[in-house]
Ligand binder design. Structure first.
Ligand code: FAD
Length: 331
């Protein structure tokens, strides 16, 4: 039996500190609670909105119907399995290297190390997980340092850190479908792309993931984690945000518009939006792909800036800028 809260403001459960109320709210602290909450909502035919760290969402001022589940299921299990049947992939993350974002010096070829299978529940905080792994002498996940949120959100959007994407480390995962059936799936199931996974469309719930990590060099991993976080912090705002608002552009688009880099931030800057303000929301001066909350921003303010930028990009570059952040709730 689970006890739901009613009319809970979601503002404080997002890094944007923006948004209306959840009709019903439940915090799942274990995988069992997460499964029970989803099953309950399916039975009661409530819409389900799952959030982790709320670091990639823009929640509607009008709130979110149905049940919002804040997922904090947090177990980590370093197994004794050695996944030698796993092909190590290295996909290309759409990321421009520039003055601040050089990372060729922050790489370690981990294919030479012994492998380990680590099972982690979807509500685990990513930063906590990275630190736990490095402290246990396991590497491979350090490239995602400085990214807020949970494993669930990370897999949902196939997060990118430097040249890496998290989907490349996945051996298998446990998901629940919209009828409450739990299955173990392989990485192909997710159809990972840049900021993309099948979870965007099939609305399945991620319960846990098995990652292939390495008995790598702890000191190199620690250095990468610290340095990468430092470089990210140098260009990211202190004010509340949900990270980069738009996906970076493809290589074809970059060539078509004659941009030197495939960074959407660069294009937004070129269009003169740095410092552009509507209500309490502003395009961050140091990195134009961030729209910050100056303390009193509404979702409508952020959405209005997004629309203005999209209109201008279409007009000036014939380019459709696609949001990376996920809109939640009533339009
Ligand atoms: C300062 C800052 C820096 C950032 N830097 C980066 C970066 O370098 N690279 C990058 O890729 N991203 C970055 N992000 C974006 C964000 O941190 C990531 O997308 C993160 O992985 C989101 O995780 P979350 O738990 O906060 O997800 P949430 O924001 O809570 O949710 C995001 C989406 O995932 C879905 N979801 C969450 N958990 C589950 C689950 N268990 N099952 C199914 N669906 C689920 C939600 O329904 C929602 O649609 C940054 C954000 C901020 C604020």
């Amino acid at each position: 039996m689970i006890t739901l809260e009613k009319k809970v403001s979601l503002k404080n459960y997002t890094t944007y500190k923006i948004g209306g109320e959840a009709e019903y709210f439940y915090q799942a602290n274990t995988k069992t609670e997460l499964i029970s909450a989803i099953q309950f909502a399916l039975k009661e035919e409530l819409e389900i909105n799952i959030i982790g760290g709320g670091s990639n969402v823009l929640v509607s001022d009008k709130g979110v119907k149905g049940l919002t589940i804040r997922n904090m299921a947090k177990d980590i299990n370093i197994t004794d399995k050695v996944p030698n049947d796993f092909d190590i992939k290295k996909s290309f993350a759409r990321y421009s290297q520039g003055e601040y974002m050089k990372f060729s010096d922050l790489e370690d070829d981990e294919t030479k190390y012994e492998r380990v299978l680590v099972e982690v529940q979807s509500g685990v905080n990513l930063t906590f997980f990275i630190n736990q792994m490095i402290n246990s002498g396991l590497t491979g996940i350090q490239y995602f340092s400085g990214i807020p949120g949970t494993i669930g959100g990370a897999v949902f959007n196939n997060i990118h850190g430097g040249t890496r994407i998290i989907g490349d480390l996945i051996y298998s995962a446990e998901v629940m479908d919209n009828e409450g059936k739990i299955t173990e799936v392989n990485p192909d199931f997710f159809r990972f792309g840049y900021d993309e996974s099948i979870l965007h469309t099939n609305k399945y719930f991620l319960l846990s993931v098995k990652f292939v990590l390495f008995k790598g060099d702890q000191n190199i991993a620690k250095k990468i984690a610290l340095e990468w976080t430092k470089r990210k912090k140098a260009i990211q705002p202190i004010l509340p945000s949900a990270g980069s608002v738009f996906k970076n552009i493809t290589e074809e688009e970059r060539i078509a518009v004659g941009a030197p880099v495939n960074s959407s931030g660069w294009l937004i800057d070129q269009m003169g939006f740095k410092g552009f303000t509507i209500g309490g929301a502003k395009v961050y001066e140091k990195h134009a792909n961030f729209i910050v909350n100056m303390g009193f921003a509404k979702q409508a303010d952020v959405s209005a800036i997004i629309e203005k930028i999209q209109e201008k990009a279409l007009d000036k570059y014939k380019l459709e800028l696609i949001p990376e952040i996920i809109f939640k709730g009533e339009k």
